[in-house]
Design a protein around this ligand. Structure first.
Ligand code: NAP
Length: 282
């Protein structure tokens, strides 16, 4: 894409800022997760990417290690709490610690609520909300033992105003917000900072597939629109005039993982170019 969303952000963090840290990033092999994994690795962390599909894992690993950074991958479905615990324990055993958990894995698709099947509802809520809880709960004893850690979950803004055809994902992400605040308070004595980031629209491959509304739904198919149309939407609907990039979200994760995040917990950072506020203002 040639609009400004595709332009790389200049490096803003000190080289080696996260040297020695170990980060576990769920869904870290594609889209926003890959942006997060790449930046954390660039800043010196060893990044463990966890998701289901080997092709996502292998491509991401090659990309990050090909640039000379440290990463490894592990196959994981975050809906399986026993497997989550086993993976977290393996990572801790291999690296001696886990400093940062990024709960980024999610599933999503448009579906009318009236006919949403129990399985479809369950799949999304289990990945987005249950998976976030299982991963957070699994890293808790490790972070508590080592004297602290950080958890950053990926939320959204669509549940702030309601979004048709997305009952499953909006409900799950509202749960992620609640979990973020509760765990922040509950685990502060262990010095585990728990925060979330609510991205605005970022045209990843995943979101382009997920956000294809049924033809008769009246919901605009923004991500399938031609490039000029997408750029025009950004100009008129996103106050800062462009779509987001994975790097926009990764920068916030890196900030929270750094010492600059020491006194921040229970916060949900909207990183969306002002999009949801502008939508609400109308
Ligand atoms: P994406 O590329 O589709 O990312 C989703 C990731 O989750 C994939 O890497 C996928 O990898 C992984 N995943 C899915 N199910 C999983 C499971 N059961 N266990 C483990 N991993 C699983 O989409 P994205 O746009 O980058 O989204 C990343 C995050 O940002 C999501 O939490 C999403 O809700 C949030 N978000 C995105 C936007 C946006 O506009 N892009 C806006 C707001 C919020 P595998 O297929 O290999 O498992």
């Amino acid at each position: 894409m040639s609009h400004p969303a595709a332009e790389p952000t200049p490096a803003v963090f000190a080289p080696g800022l996260l040297a020695g840290q170990v980060a576990l990033v769920t869904g870290g092999g594609t889209g926003i997760g890959l942006g997060i994994s790449s930046l954390l690795a660039e800043l010196g962390a060893h990044v463990v990417i966890a998701s289901r599909k080997p092709q996502h894992l292998e491509t991401a690993l090659a990309e990050i290690t090909g640039r000379g950074h440290r990463a490894s991958v592990v196959q994981l479905d975050v809906r399986d709490p026993e497997r989550v615990r086993a993976v977290v324990d393996e990572v801790a055993a291999e690296h001696g610690r886990i400093d940062l958990l990024v709960n980024n894995a999610a599933g999503n698709f448009y579906a009318p609520s009236a006919t949403l099947s129990p399985n479809a509802w369950k799949a999304v809520v289990e990945i987005d909300l249950y998976g976030t809880f299982y991963c957070a709960q699994a890293v808790y004893p490790i972070m508590a033992r080592q004297g602290g850690g950080r958890i950053v979950s990926t939320s959204m803004t669509l549940h702030y105003r309601g979004w048709p055809l997305m009952a499953h994902a909006t409900a799950a992400k509202a749960g992620v917000d609640a979990l973020t605040r509760t765990l922040a308070v509950e685990w502060a004595p262990q010095r585990i900072r728990v925060n979330a980031i609510a991205p605005g629209p970022i045209p990843t491959e995943g979101v382009r597939k997920a956000f294809t509304p049924p033809a008769d739904s009246g919901v605009p198919d923004l991500f399938a629109a031609a490039e000029e149309k997408m750029a025009a939407y950004a100009q008129t609907s996103i106050p800062l005039g462009r779509w987001g990039t994975p790097r926009d979200i990764a920068n916030m994760v890196a900030f929270l993982a750094s010492p600059a995040g020491d006194w921040i917990t229970g916060a949900i950072f909207v990183v969306d170019g002002g999009e949801w506020l502008a939508k609400n203002a109308g």
